[in-house]
Design a protein around this ligand. Structure first.
Ligand SMILES: Nc1ncnc2c1ncn2[C@@H]1O[C@H](COP(=O)(O)OP(=O)(O)OP(=O)(O)O)[C@@H](O)[C@H]1O
Ligand SMILES: [Mg+2]
Length: 464
């Protein structure tokens, strides 16, 4: 890896004037530009300089663009190649695309046209590289558990999950709404030796109070009107596996006593029966309430709290692990629109990075889904984000206000530029001028970052 982080652009044409023009446009985009006057010379360049994007003339002596194209694809499968042609015919275009060209451009072209093409190619190269980078970072651990994140806090959680996967110890998962409590509970169950046994989730908050007991422990025939035959409860269904008691803090006090007895004695008594049934289940409970405070106020049984709380997993809120936001956004983009390689604009990413996320990962997933549904392009833009998130730009949760006219959620282009400038500035300061990291955090390529730093006059741009 060289120190030069710019996109590497190779222009192949036998006409010097065309090469010169393309070099100028490439340079204006912040690319590292190289030229070759023939396909043969270009092949040598491919070997030594591995360009990211290539623009080749169709009609060249000895080797045509269409002959050259497959050679590039063979040597540098990740490079994007476009063809320039003076005689645009549908057949040539189709043939070029079939051979794996990114696009083609017809001579004579306007500088703007060329610029746009090169920018699109850069974007494509960037997306592929970024996805690759993200996939490598997400790695095997995520594949196993579905838990995305590289922050120290979430890595701690993953380590705990791995340690608990085969244990019979009760686990209490505490965390705000949407932090992934159920995801983590499932990961603990499905990763280990319990995987082939039942996993039964019980939402203690939504059970009908009068029915909770019979739901959990089952009932005998004739126990109440309508009980025409006896039925197993959720505990019996989970036998041998895991019972996930979600929102345990919502369990009514009188049932808490019964629950405690079940956990201690490992047996349940179906409603209307005087026989107890043995059950062997691993209990994972979850809560978004502070159960310690609740038992101190007399709203939760202290003995049950200590019974459940043998091991507690505290899930961090999203604002405590903002460094995972970028990864999560891409994870959900991939999940919601697989294969579409949707990107995200720097301004939208910056907005997401500074937002407070009261609904945590679930809120982020919903925001991405909404944006993908509403947005028409292949880039998630600032305007596709929910209004509440855009408003947060006017009143950021953290310290200094952003330079934004505080009127409404409608943002003009000049506002966008201002937002972009301020956010790049902030991120740049945060990472102490580390361009690589700044680019990653902002979700933009090194070339784009260089261009924007230059444009907004941010930092010291050395040798770019
Ligand atoms: N670290 C993560 N990586 C990937 N996806 C996540 C992560 N955390 C949460 N999610 C996703 O976010 C959504 C909400 O997660 P989950 O239902 O587990 O949260 P919860 O804490 O149980 O929320 P609630 O308290 O509202 O029930 C799910 O779609 C889940 O897959
Ligand atoms: Mg939940």
């Amino acid at each position: 890896m060289t120190d030069d982080l710019r996109v590497r652009f190779l222009i192949v044409d036998d006409h010097q004037s065309i090469r010169k023009l393309c070099m100028q446009v490439g340079q204006s985009l912040g690319f590292h530009c190289m030229e070759a006057e023939s396909a043969e010379a270009a092949l040598t360049c491919l070997e030594t300089d591995s360009p990211d994007i290539v623009l080749a003339d169709l009609m060249m002596p000895r080797m045509t663009g269409l002959e050259f194209l497959p050679r590039v694809k063979e040597m540098l499968p990740r490079a994007e190649v476009s063809i320039m042609t003076g005689h645009a015919s549908i057949e040539t275009a189709v043939q070029a695309m079939r051979l794996g060209a990114y696009d083609y451009i017809t001579k004579p072209f306007r500088v703007e046209e060329l610029k746009l093409l090169l920018q699109r190619m850069e974007e494509k190269v960037r997306l592929v590289a970024e996805n690759q980078f993200l996939r490598e970072r997400v790695g095997a651990e995520t594949e196993l558990s579905g838990i995305v994140g590289t922050s120290a806090r979430i890595q701690d959680v993953m380590r705990m999950v791995a340690r608990l996967q085969d244990a019979h110890t009760p686990v209490l998962i505490a965390g705000e709404s949407g932090t992934g409590k159920e995801l983590v509970a499932r990961a603990i169950h499905f990763r280990g030796t319990f995987a082939k046994r039942p996993f039964v989730a019980v939402d203690c908050g939504s059970l009908v109070p009068t029915l909770i007991e019979s739901e959990l422990f089952g009932y005998e025939k004739g126990a109440f009107t309508g009980a025409v035959k006896s039925k197993d409860g959720l505990f019996q269904s989970a036998n041998g596996g895991t019972i996930f008691l979600d929102e345990i803090g919502e369990l009514p006090l009188e049932l808490q006593a019964k629950m405690l007895r079940v956990l201690q004695e490992k047996e349940v008594r179906p409603v209307g029966s005087n026989q107890k049934v043995k059950v062997n289940v691993r209990v994972i409970a979850a809560t978004n309430r502070d159960l310690e405070a609740a038992y101190k106020k007399g709203e939760f049984r202290k003995d049950l709290y200590f019974r459940l709380n043998v091991v507690t997993l505290h899930l961090p809120s999203l604002r405590e692990r903002r460094s995972d936001i970028h990864l999560l956004v891409h994870h959900f983009l991939d999940k919601i629109a697989p294969g579409r390689a949707i990107g995200i604009s720097p301004a939208a990413m910056a907005c997401m990075l500074q937002y407070d996320w009261p609904g945590n990962v679930r809120e982020l997933e919903n925001a991405v889904e909404r944006a993908v549904t509403l947005g028409s392009q292949n880039t998630l833009e600032l305007r596709d984000l929910p209004p509440a998130m855009l408003r947060s730009l006017e009143y950021p949760a953290e310290s200094e206000p952003l330079l934004m006219p505080s009127k409404s959620a409608l943002v003009s282009d000049t506002d966008l530029e201002e937002i972009e400038k301020v956010t790049i500035q902030r991120v740049f300061e945060q990472v102490r001028g580390d361009k690589m990291l700044a680019g990653k955090m902002l979700g933009i390529s090194r070339a784009t970052l260089y261009r924007k730093l230059k444009r907004y006059n941010i930092g010291m741009v050395r040798g770019a």
